[in-house]
Each structure stands twice: as C-alpha cells, then as structure tokens.
Design a protein around this ligand. Structure first.
Ligand SMILES: [Fe+2]
Length: 241
C-alpha cells in the first residue's frame, strides 16, 4: 500500500517579530494527516524564550502530535536548559539522535543547531573557541548520522544553520559561509540521509533541492511564508537502501 510519512516543518518565526505571519501560516496549513512537526530553530526573537508559550498555543490550536525541535542562534546556548524545563512537551534534539516509529517505519532523527563554515564576527569575538566547536560538532553530526543510518529505514537531519547548497540561492553568495556549511554538505553526500531540514536562510528563494539522493529543505518562515509540508513516500524505501 502506498503510504507516506507526513511532516510539517517551520523555523525562524522569531516571535513576536513574525507573529501574524506565523499565525496565518499555521491556520492555512492542513495538519489533519501530519505525523510529526519539526521546528528548525529561531522560533523566538533574541532570547525571548517565554514566546514559546505563544508558539505552542498557536500550534496546538491545529495540531496535537509530537513536536521535535532544534535550537537556533537566537535560542541562546545559555538558555537551553531553561527552555527544556519550561517546554518539556517539545522534544529537543541538540547534537543528539532519537529513534521513533511512524506507521511501522523506523525513523532516525538527528538534530543540531548546525555549523557555520565561517563564524560570524560576533561569534568570533565573543566565543573564543567557536571554530573548534563547529569542527567538533561536524564530527558529532557525522557519527550520529552513521549510527542513525545503520539503525533506521529513514534518517532525517535537522539543523538550524543551513547546508551550503541551492537552498541558499537568494542570499548573497559572499555570506553563505556565515549562514551554513559546505563541510556538512560533504558529509551528507557520503552518508545520504533521507532528508535534511534547515532554517536560518530568511532570504532564500529556493526552498528545496537534492544533494545526491538526499532531499534538502529550507523551512525558514520569512522565506517560505508558510509551514512546509514534506512527504516521505514509504514506497521509496528501496531507493534509499
Ligand atoms: Fe537563525
């Protein structure tokens, strides 16, 4: 039987900044057959973590299924524990991997804030070891993807920062390395997860592409102006393995 795993994904609502856009995007979206909602970071503006209450109440008016999320650069690292404590109904992935089962298929979810090939000038100034942090994170993501690939029918990589590929088109090419990582693209090419979902690229004009057999989506709300629907066709299983 042809059956798909249905995902909804969004990021960069930056509440309260894009509140109206987020509300209208959620109400326009048909959540009736969605198996999993993915929040790819920066759902709140500059550390305003209490806005997650509003994020959740808007979502819950339409959807009551599982929510997986990664942190964005505006969900500051020092706030991670507080966010987890205050919003335990969101399942946070932070350089971590979880296995879930949907419609009889095992899905490996690997989640991370992601990697910049070039730290921003703020990061370079304020986080002395940021280059090493990104290098170590790349190694960690690679390891998690390998493990997830071994143990699942499908693997979904979720990062806030982008992968440097066509989903950055629309952003100025000279800033791409401050928005994402080409090194991560190389890892994706080798390991070939089923899907990659990222955010952060507010000005992108290409919302999906492929890296080899891997589908890549930019789900940043200011770019897409909508919640992104992603279907993983179960019939395609043999194409991936
Ligand atoms: Fe961001």
């Amino acid at each position: 039987m042809r059956q798909s795993i249905n995902l909804a994904a969004v990021s960069d609502a930056h509440l309260p900044k894009y509140l109206d856009l987020f509300k209208s995007a959620v109400s326009a979206f048909d959540f009736s057959d969605v198996d999993l909602l993915i929040l790819a970071g920066d759902m709140v503006f500059k550390g305003k973590i209490e806005e997650y209450g509003e994020v959740l109440s808007i979502i819950k008016s339409q959807y009551n299924g599982p929510i997986y999320a990664v942190f964005g650069n505006e969900e500051y690292q020092e706030l991670e524990e507080e966010i987890r404590r205050k919003y335990p109904e969101i399942l946070w992935l932070n350089d971590s991997y979880e296995q879930i089962e949907v419609k009889g298929a095992r899905i490996g979810l690997v989640g991370s804030r992601g990697v910049l090939d070039k730290p921003t000038s703020w990061q370079a100034k304020h986080i002395p070891n940021i280059t090493a942090v990104y290098a170590e994170r790349l190694i960690r993501i690679r390891e998690l993807l390998i493990k997830a690939k071994r143990e699942n029918n499908y693997v979904i990589l979720i990062t806030h920062y982008a992968v440097i590929c066509d989903t950055l088109k629309g952003e100025k090419p000279q800033i791409w390395r401050y928005l994402g990582s080409a090194r991560l693209k190389t890892i994706i090419k080798k390991i070939r997860p089923t899907l990659v979902i990222h955010g952060h690229a507010h000005n992108s004009s290409v919302f999906s592409t492929r890296i080899e057999s891997t589908y890549v989506y930019n789900v940043a709300l200011p770019a897409t102006k909508r919640v992104t629907r992603i279907e993983v066709k179960k019939i395609d299983l043999s194409l991936f393995f």
